[in-house]
Design a protein around this ligand. Sequence first.
Ligand SMILES: [Zn+2]
Ligand SMILES: [Zn+2]
Length: 163
Amino acid sequence: MSDLKTKLGGGLNILQDSVQQGKQKLQTAQEISQYRKLVQENSERRANLLLQLGEQTSQKIRTGELKDLQLRDYVLKIAELDRQIFQTQSALEQLNRKSDSWACSKCGSQIGVDDKFCGSCGQQQEPIATGNDTVETAVCPTCEEQVPAQGNFCACCGSRLVL
Ligand SMILES: [Zn+2]
Ligand SMILES: [Zn+2]
């Protein structure tokens, strides 16, 4: 009888032990994921700060406010990418405009935004004021791209436009 009690008691202890172990494992797993999250969050913050530092530094180097031959190499590469991005975006905008369509004012057929006449009924179309045609442009002194003159900053490289 006492033998059984001991066995039962032992079994209970083992059960409690394994429950305890399970709890500890869970706690460890939670701690691991907390630490991982913390590392990830701080890495993101760091990357953001580096990005801001890079933007500001490259701007200062572009304008000559800061002189550093080593950093200048980076800045030249960034400037080249800025230009490529700007040109690709401009081309994209034009393609988007071409693929845009609207309904004919007379028959409702879909026609291209640049079409002067409706292909279905021949109705002459009023040119739509998209604003794009009337935008004044200026040549940015920093990147030498032709950019919209409104606003204080170059749409290509982000330099302050002196107008
Ligand atoms: Zn029509
Ligand atoms: Zn520019």
